[in-house]
Write a protein that binds this ligand. Sequence first.
Ligand code: GAR
Length: 188
Amino acid sequence: MKNIAIFASGAGSNAQKIIDHFKGSNKAAVTLILCNKPGAGVFTIAENEHIPSILIEKERFFKTDDYIQILKEAKIDLVVLAGFLWKVPGNLVQAFPERIINIHPALLPKYGGKGMYGHFVHDAVIAAKEPESGITIHFVNEKYDDGATILQERCTITPDDTPETLAKKVQVLEHKHYPLIVERLLTL
Ligand code: GAR
């Protein structure tokens, strides 16, 4: 069995899709959820799914190897960022080479970087009158929304789209593709 850890900061809809995807699998499961935001929706998901969860403390995350230790002790094979809004520190990136992935709700390298998350991304894409948007799944390095691309999927933006309708289109792509990419990476 391969063990997946999910890092999230918010509602956790992608976390839920990944958990569901591996239910009943004899190959992998989500066995740990880490979140930096007290009260975030992803904690409720963890509780409902009986998956251990950890509140990430800022000092420890950025200044110690404590979380590397926790992930190693839990025998984590793949770290999946699903709406995790902190930068991943270098020591963690180096401890899991090509074993940490992220999803971004736009076609990177456009509309990425610090502060570009959630509705801010879709607001900017609509304001720029882009003809399309989509998702990028990529390996994580020490910069925000950087690292080699694993998959991009696109959606068309029509003149009547708003940031809200675009968010829905992008979320459909995320929920469809992220669990499949997680599965693919675990079999490499
Ligand atoms: C997702 O749309 C994800 O792409 C985005 O946060 C959302 C989390 O939703 N991530 C970023 O913007 C990273 N820069 P969720 O909590 O419902 O999965």
